[in-house]
Design a protein around this ligand. Sequence first.
Ligand code: AFP
Length: 339
Amino acid sequence: MTTTKRKSLSRYLIEEQRVHNNMPADLRLLIEIIARACKHISFSVSKGLLDDVLGNAGTDNVQGEAQKKLDVLTNELFLEANEWGGNLAAMASEEMEHIYEIPNRFPKGEYLLVYDPLDGSSNIDINVTVGTIFSVLKKPESSHNVSNQDFFQKGCQQVAAGYAIYGPQTQLVLTTGRGVHSFTLDTQLGSWIQTQEDMQIPETTAEFAINSSNYRYWEKPMQRYYDELIAGETGPLQKNYNMRWVAAMVAEVHRILNRGGIFMYPTDSRTPGRAGKLRLMYEANPMSMIVEQAGGAATDGITRILDIQPTSLHERVAVFMGSKQEVERVTSYHKEAQK
Ligand code: AFP
């Protein structure tokens, strides 16, 4: 099908609002603005050395990780693009220690936006896939001034979640609770065009993604599952598995949405008291909503991620997500070990 016969993101959103009654107008406008910000990030990322945007910024984020120039730039791009729209009360990001309240010079709305502006940023200097992840929450009706507490909502309360992936093509993958849909950026038109509808993750898989260099730090149930995966047809799982690791969650989840698989970032003992590496509110929650909407599953080894009550903005969580059968298997190993 040619681009002219396909649906634009704007038309998809208007139909969701009018025909399916699945979103109010202010949420539709907010998603349009987020999509525009992702388009802008895509162009910045693609410039690379031409615009001198590669390398470290010389600063650390709140988690003590060295920020890339593009981490800082894309965070600012996202803030500027979203602050004036009138649909948000506040934003929170991987790159900011505190929440960002919409300044009084702009009208304020009812939504909260949580995002990771550049996931997988260590890939950027080597020209490998990166992405932007976002989650939209409704501000609790009872609150007047926004506080951290307003953001501490379980993932199952998200009203929309999505990511943009900056790879050979730029794509926006979105859910507003009625399936998962993908839009490809037509760089000639400057428009997002729907290219996949109702994406589905196969229930079974023979592909996994994990950073196995951390094996010695993992807990016993994780080591057991990994040993079984690599034993292949000679082990208890009785089939051979393939492994992939892009080191950008966006890319792993995108692969899983397209052909199945399981993505894991388990708890490890490198930093005692820290549950895994990934952040609950702007990585695990939006990706879990997408994965579940596509028929997959997502747990922290014990609990469904979307049921976890957040207690801080930048808290971390262990992540097992993707094809249902494998997520259920590794979760059952963790539950057995807990008993
Ligand atoms: P960065 O955005 O700091 O590069 O981190 C990306 C990430 O949080 C996630 O997207 C990857 O799955 C994971 O880290 C990769 O971690 P390793 O460094 O262990 O490969």
